[in-house]
Design a protein around this ligand. Structure first.
Ligand code: ZN
Ligand code: ZN
Length: 120
């Protein structure tokens, strides 16, 4: 299968350090919401690689947090299928708008990392 370049996806095919710096700038300029970043400026990694860290849990915004159980959601990242799941270990749910957005960002970062690996 040959790789096709898609001009509508500017985040694709940039190395991690380049994309990190680009997203830092875009966020500073108000062009990118922190929730939509594919990279993590705290850990310097792809978001799907460090989202399981406690630093990505926020009871206030409900990122990776089950309000009903007051519990961190566990993260399952399947790099082969590109699946990202965040569920509460107690009730099996725990979803929120913030968590759904974080999950989407993880899926996108997984896909971007995979594209770069294939293009290299
Ligand atoms: Zn991180
Ligand atoms: Zn729960």
């Amino acid at each position: 299968m040959t790789a096709t370049t898609c001009p509508a996806a500017p985040a694709r095919l940039r190395s991690l350090p380049v994309l990190l710096a680009t997203e830092d700038d875009a966020e500073d300029m108000g062009l990118l919401a922190p929730d939509d970043r594919l990279t993590c400026h705290v850990h310097g990694r792809w978001i799907h690689q460090c989202v399981a860290s406690p630093a990505h849990v926020s009871p206030v915004t409900r990122h990776r947090w089950c309000r009903g159980c007051r519990t961190e959601l566990s993260v399952a990242v399947d790099e082969l299928t590109g699946t990202v799941l965040m569920t509460c270990p107690r009730c099996g749910h725990g979803g929120s708008a913030a968590t759904a957005r974080l999950t989407e960002a993880c899926r996108a970062s997984l896909a971007a990392e995979r594209d770069i690996r294939h293009a290299a």
